[in-house]
Design a binder for this molecule. Structure first.
Ligand code: DC
Length: 220
C-alpha cells in the first residue's frame, strides 16, 4: 500500500535498530514502531502482577489488553512512565521468554499493524519483514558482531549509571540471540528479500543514511 509505505528493520539485540530506525523515521517524517517494547511491556506487566512467564493464556490476555501510549521517546503504561524500567536486563530476559509464545505474538499482531498509517512507518524488531509487514517496501536486516553489540550496550548502561560487566553482557546477548533464533514462531532470521546491513564498523548515522539512500532509490 503506497499511501503508507513501511520500512521494516529487523535484527538481533543491541544491533542499533532503535537508534537507526528513529533517525530514518525522523528524516522521512514517518511514524515509528518499536515492537520490542511491546514484548518488554508484556513481560514487565507480568512480573509486576505475578503472572508466570510460562502462562501463555494469561500472558495473551495481558498482551491484548496493554494500555500503552508511545509519546515521542517516552513509553507510558496506564499513564505511568516505564521508559527506563523496561530497558532493564530482567525485563529483557522476560521479554525474550514471552516472545516465544504464539498466544502473545498473535495478541500483538493487529496492534502492530495499526501503526502503518500515512505518510509511512519505520518498524523495527525481529519479524517486521517476515510476519507483521510482509508487504514492506524496504526490508533491512541490521547486524553487528556480538562483541560490538555487547560493547554498545555496556556504554549505554554505563552512561545511565547502571552497573554491568562486559563478559556478562556478552553472555546474555548470546543467550538471547540463540533463543530468538531457535524459537519455533517467528524466529529471528534474515528474510530472503531483506538487504543486510552490517553496522559493526558504522555509526548509527551512517547506517540511517544508507537506508535512506536505498529508500530513495526504490523503483516504485
Ligand atoms: O528489541 P528488543 O531487545 O527490545 O526486544 C525485546 C525482546 O522481544 C527480544 O528478546 C526479542 C523479542 N522481540 C520479538 O520477538 N519480536 C519483535 N518483533 C521484537 C522483539
Amino acid at each position: 500500500m503506497n499511501s503508507a509505505p513501511v520500512i521494516a528493520i529487523d535484527g538481533p539485540s543491541a544491533s542499533g535498530k532503535g537508534t537507526v530506525a528513529q533517525e530514518v523515521a525522523a528524516a522521512l517524517g514517518f511514524h515509528y514502531l518499536n515492537s520490542g517494547a511491546l514484548y518488554r511491556l508484556v513481560a514487565h506487566s507480568a512480573l509486576r502482577r505475578g503472572v508466570s512467564l510460562d502462562d501463555e493464556a494469561q500472558l495473551g490476555v495481558l498482551a491484548a489488553g496493554l494500555d500503552v501510549d508511545f509519546r515521542g521517546e517516552e513509553i507510558l503504561i496506564q499513564n505511568e512512565q516505564v521508559t527506563d524500567e523496561i530497558r532493564s536486563e530482567d525485563v529483557a530476559a522476560g521479554a525474550s521468554r514471552v516472545a516465544s509464545l504464539p498466544g502473545v505474538r498473535t495478541a500483538l499482531l493487529e496492534r502492530q499493524r495499526r501503526f502503518a498509517r500515512p505518510p509511512g512507518l519505520v518498524a523495527e524488531g525481529r519479524d517486521m519483514g517476515s510476519v507483521v509487514f510482509p508487504g514492506a517496501v524496504l526490508k533491512i536486516f541490521l547486524t553487528a558482531s556480538a562483541e560490538e553489540r555487547a560493547l554498545r550496550r555496556y556504554k549505554q548502561l554505563k552512561q545511565k549509571g547502571i552497573a554491568a560487566t562486559l563478559p556478562s553482557l556478552l553472555e546474555d546477548l548470546r543467550q538471547r540471540d540463540a533463543r530468538d533464533a531457535a524459537r519455533s514462531v517467528a524466529p529471528l532470521k534474515q528474510c530472503p528479500d531483506a538487504r543486510q546491513l552490517d553496522t559493526t564498523a558504522m555509526s548509527a548515522k551512517q547506517a540511517a543514511e544508507r537506508i535512506l539512500a536505498w529508500y530513495r532509490g526504490l523503483d516504485w
